[in-house]
Design a protein around this ligand. Sequence first.
Ligand code: FES
Length: 120
Amino acid sequence: MSATNGNDDTSAWENVAHIDELDPDYPTMVTAAGVEMALCKVGDAVFAVNNICSHAFSRLSDGFLDGAEVFCPLHHGSFDVRTGQAIAAPCFEPIAVYPVNLSDGQVFVCPFPSGPVPAQ
Ligand code: FES
């Protein structure tokens, strides 16, 4: 397995799911090193974003996916799960994106963000 974010600490990677457990229509909540993430299956790829919406407190894993766009269940703002960037209001601040590695269908995530790290 190779790190994709320049972080050589391979012990940070956690096996959190198998790709067959993921639904392309709904994010799946997982935790790695105490960080709550939403795993999002987009085609044959998997992306991991912070599970908490940047607009207010709501879990994106309670929302739904439309391709690479995840919709928040509370006010229906949305984000691009590939970049963490907000797409639809009332979301304007990005959400953190975490590195993902797939190995034989097993999904590994690293809790150190590779994408935008919003001010908290
Ligand atoms: S809490 Fe997510 S859009 Fe408002």
